[in-house]
Design a protein around this ligand. Structure first.
Ligand code: PNS
Length: 160
C-alpha cells in the first residue's frame, strides 16, 4: 500500500524524519509530498525542500520525495495512494487534523487518513519554532539534521 505524507516541510525537522522512518516500515512506499502553496512565503523554495528531504531520506529505499499543487486527495489519487499520513504531536494538533481528515474524506471517500503519534521526545518541534530560534541565532542542532541546520543559517545569513 502506498502512503502520501503531505506537508510544507519548511524546513524538514527531526520530528518529520522520525515519522517518515517509522511509516516506511508500515507501508510499501511512502511519498513525501511538498505542497506548492503560492499563498505562503516560505524560507526555502519547493525545489530546495524537495532536495533537502531527498538528502535526509536517501538511506530509506521505499521513500520517494515529490511536490504537488492543488488538492492533496487528487494528488493521492494520481499516485494510486490509499493513505494520507499525518503526525500528531499534541492535543492542539488534533482539532485541525481531524477537520482536514473529514474534509478529505468528503472529497475522496476511498482515501484514509492515518495518524501516527509523534515520538514524545520530538513532540515540541515545529518548522516555525525552528525558524524563529534560528532567526535569533539560537541552537537548532537538536531540532533538525545537521545539513538542514547549516542550510537554514546560510539562508538566513544571506537574507539578513
Ligand atoms: O505541513 P502543513 O503545512 O501542516 O501541511 C498542510 C497540508 C499541506 C497537508 C494541507 O494544507 C493540504 O493538504 N493542503 C492542500 C490543499 C488541500 O487538499 N486542502 C483540503 C484539505 S484541508
Amino acid at each position: 500500500m502506498i502512503a502520501i505524507y503531505p506537508g510544507s516541510f519548511d524546513p524538514i525537522t527531526l520530528g518529520h524524519l522520525d515519522l517518515i522512518k517509522r511509516s516506511s516500515t508500515l507501508f510499501e512506499k511512502v511519498i513525501v509530498a511538498v505542497l506548492r502553496n503560492p499563498s505562503k512565503q516560505p524560507l526555502f523554495s519547493v525545489e530546495e525542500r524537495v532536495n533537502q528531504i531527498r538528502e535526509c531520506t536517501k538511506e530509506i529505499p521505499n521513500v520517494e520525495v515529490d511536490s504537488f499543487q492543488g488538492l492533496t486527495v487528487e494528488y493521492a489519487r494520481k499516485k494510486k495512494a490509499r493513505v494520507l499520513l499525518r503526525g500528531l504531536r499534541v492535543m492542539s494538533d488534533f482539532e485541525h487534523e481531524l477537520q482536514m481528515a473529514h474534509i478529505n474524506k468528503t472529497l475522496e471517500s476511498s482515501i484514509e487518513t492515518v495518524f501516527l503519534a509523534t515520538n514524545t521526545e520530538l513532540s515540541f518541534i515545529s518548522s516555525s519554532v525552528v525558524k524563529e530560534i534560528a532567526k535569533f541565532g539560537g541552537n537548532i542542532d537538536h531540532l533538525v539534521p545537521p545539513n538542514i541546520a547549516r542550510e537554514i543559517y546560510n539562508k538566513l545569513g544571506k537574507k539578513g
